[in-house]
Design a protein around this ligand. Structure first.
Ligand SMILES: Nc1ncnc2c1ncn2[C@@H]1O[C@H](COP(=O)(O)OP(=O)(O)OP(=O)(O)O)[C@@H](O)[C@H]1O
Ligand SMILES: [Mg+2]
Length: 331
């Protein structure tokens, strides 16, 4: 059974649907990559799943099943108890998961005290140091006394990751967890996440704009465009034979992104703003395969293979693309 199964999730800011009917699921021990251009709704999706939609945004419909139980029916206190134990989260802005008023050491040791009932202060500190060492924080003994603002963005993110690792969550939602880190640390951290995943069978949702990371760490991929998932399936299949012209464009654009931190904006044109969305396919104005009917009705999501789906009236032919992502190391 899936650890997380989302059905038809809609999240709105007033009338604007920022997330518009998103469905996906992740089984134990598997990693789903969630990709798409800036503003496509990846973070709003993740935050909605966690029961923490951004200010002014509401989940208006859909089901969010965690071990078959709908998180939307939980009280805030129940959700709070799940987060930080069963459900880990590494958010795009690590400051949101750390308390600015408490030292790093205090935040970690309190977690060991209250959550794990470790009574000895020495032991809590030893565990905290070990944890910081695992995420490659230099001189962890002296770092325990620092406050979050005394850390760089990358170090704060590593602390947030360390605290999540200590929870051994069943589900981990990681929104661009390593973007602020340099490439070596990035790979080390993701390897570490994978180790923890293997021990506990954690289901992971990994949001990233780096398709090399998707190929290296994810089993499945869901591609978002303007609040919807336009293509979904096993990474190897989707990368070898993208069926949605948008997916094909993203993958084709990757070699040029290899040495940079750009966002995925290399397909010419801009995605529509939420609320300004017309009835037809949202990608139609930018699509190289657009036809007259694309502008009138939004394409239904169709299965194109056992585990694959695509929302496109005129998908790419089912054949290996010449410009599929080259098999070199992650960027
Ligand atoms: N609190 C909010 N109120 C209104 N609109 C919002 C709010 N937060 C986000 N949005 C809008 O929702 C859409 C999706 O935003 P989201 O942050 O989920 O994008 P994203 O895919 O995570 O982008 P990025 O790759 O830049 O992180 C954007 O158009 C954004 O402007
Ligand atoms: Mg985001």
């Amino acid at each position: 059974m899936s650890v997380l199964a989302i059905h038809d999730l809609v999240a709105q800011a007033g009338p604007a649907r920022l997330v518009d009917g998103v469905s996906f699921s992740v089984r134990a021990g598997r990693t789903l990559g969630l990709v798409g251009e800036s503003g496509s709704g990846k973070s709003v999706t993740c935050l909605s799943v966690l029961g923490l939609p951004p200010r002014g945004v509401q989940v208006s419909s859909g089901r969010i099943l965690f071990d078959g139980d709908d998180l939307r029916t939980k009280t805030p206190a129940e959700l709070n108890a799940l987060r930080g134990r069963e459900i880990g989260m590494i958010l795009q802005d690590p400051m949101t998961s750390l308390n600015p008023l408490l030292t790093i050491g205090r935040q970690i040791t309190e977690m060991f005290r209250y959550r794990d009932g470790v009574t000895s202060r020495k032991e809590r500190e030893a565990r905290a140091i070990e944890l910081l060492r695992r995420v490659h924080i230099p001189a962890p003994e002296s770092r325990l006394k620092s406050y979050p603002h005394q850390f760089s963005g990358g170090m704060r993110q590593r602390v947030a990751i360390a605290m999540n690792l200590a929870c051994n969550p069943r589900l981990l939602i990681a929104d661009e967890p390593t973007t602020a880190l340099d490439i070596t640390v990035r790979l080390q951290i993701l390897d570490l996440l994978r180790e923890v995943q293997a021990e506990r069978g954690t289901a992971i949702v990994l949001v990233t704009h780096d398709l090399h990371l998707v190929r290296r760490y994810c089993d499945d991929v869901a591609v978002m465009y303007a609040g919807r998932i336009i293509e979904q399936g096993p990474v190897a299949d989707v990368f070898a034979r993208p069926r949605h012209p948008y997916t094909k464009g993203l993958i084709g654009a990757v070699p040029r992104l290899r040495h940079s931190q750009h966002r995925l904006t290399v397909i010419s044109g801009q995605p529509p703003l939420p609320g300004s969305i017309a009835q037809g396919c949202r990608f139609a104005p930018r699509c190289p395969r657009v036809q007259a009917d694309c502008a009138s009705v939004y394409p239904v999501t169709r299965s194109v293979d056992m585990h694959r789906s695509v929302a496109c009236w005129h998908p790419e032919p089912d054949q290996q693309t010449a410009d599929a992502l080259p098999a070199t190391a992650a960027s």
